[in-house]
Design a protein around this ligand. Structure first.
Ligand SMILES: *Cc1c(COP(=O)(O)O)cnc(C)c1O
Length: 362
C-alpha cells in the first residue's frame, strides 16, 4: 500500500472481550453480533476467532449470513436480526440453518405458506418500547401459536431490543423488560434480550440468550464511564502517517472554508486520512489525534483524502511519523464525542479503502 492509512485489528482482544461477555452472563448462550462487517472489523476474520467461543452469529440480513457460510463457517446457527425481507429467502434460510427474527405478519404468513425441508428456529420479536420492529405484547401468544402449529418450525424463541440500556437510569430498561415479561410469561419459551449494554450493566434482564455487539470490539456503549467497561480491550486502531509539515503564520487559515485560523505561529501537519476513508468530516477543530505518544488536535476541515493537525506543541514530529486517529492510545468514544456521533458509526463507517491488518497470537 502506498498510502499509509491502516486499521490494525487485534483478534485476541476480540476473543477476550467475548469471553468477558460470557463471564458476565454465565447462564446464557451468547450470539456474537458480526453484522455490518463485524462493526467494520471484518466479518470473516472475527468469525474465525469467535466460532469456537460463540453459540451463534448475529447478522442483519441473509447476504451477511451467506458471507459467513461461503467463508467456511458452517458450525454455528446464524441469527438474522431483522428476519427475512422477502419470502424468496426462505429456501436459503432452510438450507443454511439461519434463524430469522419474525417481527411482522407478512413474515408469519410467508412461513405459513413455505414448503421447507428442515425445521428451523425463529425468534419472535416483541416491541416493548423501541417502536421500530416487533409484535405488540398482547399479540405475541397468538403469533407464537401460529408458528408452533407449523411443520417447518422447530422452536420459537422470544426476543426484544432495548432502546435505552446504554443510559444509567434503570427505569426505561426496567419498563421495557416488564412489558417483555408480561408477554413472555406463561409461554415457557427461551428468550434473547440483552445487547452489550445489558450484558455489561443490567444482569437482572439476561435470559437464555444474549446478543453482545459493540463490547466484543472493546468499546463501551455507555456515554458515562462504567466500571464494567474497564476490562474491555480495544480491538481496532486506525492510523496513518504525516505526509507534509509547514509553518503557517498568524491570521492565515488552513484548509477548505478557512475553518481554522492560526492564532499563533502554527506548525501544521498534513496526514493522509479523510472522509474518503470513513473518518468523519464532522470532526471539529480540536478533535484529538496521537503523534509521538502525545496528543495533537485536528486543525481545519477534514477533506476527502487528507486532514490537517496542529503540531506546534510536538516539535519532534516529522514527516513519516505515525498518527493514531483512534484505538489503543486514543479512545474511539472520545473521538466520537468530538464528531457529534457514537463509536458505532466511526467503526462501521470505515470504508474499504482502509486496509485491515490482523494480529492473532492464540
Ligand atoms: C446490533 C444489535 C445488537 C448488538 O448491539 P450492541 O449495542 O452493539 O451490543 C443486539 N441486538 C440487535 C437486535 C441488534 O440490532
Amino acid at each position: 500500500m502506498s498510502r499509509k492509512v491502516r486499521a490494525d485489528v487485534d483478534l485476541d482482544a476480540i476473543r477476550e472481550n467475548f469471553k468477558l461477555a460470557r463471564e458476565q452472563t454465565p447462564e446464557s448462550k451468547a450470539v456474537a453480533i458480526v453484522k455490518a462487517n463485524a462493526y467494520g472489523h471484518g466479518a470473516l476474520q472475527v468469525a474465525g476467532v469467535l466460532e469456537s467461543e460463540a453459540d451463534a452469529f448475529g447478522v442483519s440480513c441473509i447476504e451477511e449470513g451467506l458471507e459467513l457460510r461461503e467463508g467456511g463457517f458452517h458450525k454455528l446457527p446464524v441469527i438474522m436480526l431483522e428476519g427475512f425481507f422477502d419470502a424468496g429467502e426462505l429456501a436459503l434460510i432452510d438450507q443454511h440453518n439461519f434463524w430469522p427474527a419474525v417481527h411482522s405478519y407478512y413474515q408469519l404468513e410467508a412461513l405459513e405458506q413455505a414448503a421447507m425441508q428442515n425445521h428451523i428456529k425463529v425468534l419472535v420479536k416483541i416491541d416493548t418500547g423501541m417502536h421500530r420492529l416487533g409484535f405488540q405484547p398482547d399479540e405475541v401468544a397468538a403469533v407464537v401459536a401460529r408458528l408452533e402449529a407449523l411443520e417447518c418450525v422447530d422452536e420459537v424463541l422470544l426476543m426484544t431490543h432495548f432502546a435505552r440500556a446504554d443510559e444509567l437510569d434503570p427505569h426505561p430498561t426496567q419498563a421495557q423488560f416488564e412489558r417483555f415479561q408480561s408477554a413472555a410469561d406463561n409461554l415457557g419459551l427461551a428468550a434473547c434480550v440483552s445487547n452489550s449494554a445489558a450484558v455489561m450493566h443490567w444482569p437482572e434482564v439476561n435470559r437464555n440468550w444474549v446478543r453482545p455487539g459493540i463490547m466484543i470490539y472493546g468499546v463501551s456503549p455507555f456515554e458515562e464511564t462504567v466500571p464494567e467497561a474497564a476490562p474491555l480491550k480495544r480491538a481496532m486502531t486506525l492510523s496513518t502517517e504525516i505526509i507534509a509539515i509547514r509553518d503557517v503564520e498568524v491570521g492565515e487559515s488552513v484548509g477548505y472554508g478557512g475553518a481554522f485560523t492560526c492564532e499563533r505561529p502554527t506548525r501544521i501537519g498534513t496526514i493522509s486520512m479523510g472522509y474518503g476513508d470513513g473518518y468523519p468530516r464532522q470532526a471539529k477543530n480540536g478533535t484529538p489525534v496521537v503523534v509521538c505518544g502525545k496528543r495533537a488536535a485536528v486543525a481545519g476541515r477534514v477533506s476527502m483524502d487528507m486532514m490537517t493537525i496542529d503540531l506546534t506543541d510536538i516539535p519532534e514530529a516529522k514527516v513519516g511519523d505515525r498518527v493514531e486517529l483512534f484505538g489503543t492510545s486514543l479512545p474511539v468514544e472520545e473521538v466520537a464525542r468530538w464528531c457529534d456521533t457514537i463509536p458505532y458509526t466511526l467503526m462501521t463507517g470505515l470504508l474499504p479503502r482502509v486496509p485491515r491488518y490482523y494480529s492473532r497470537k492464540k
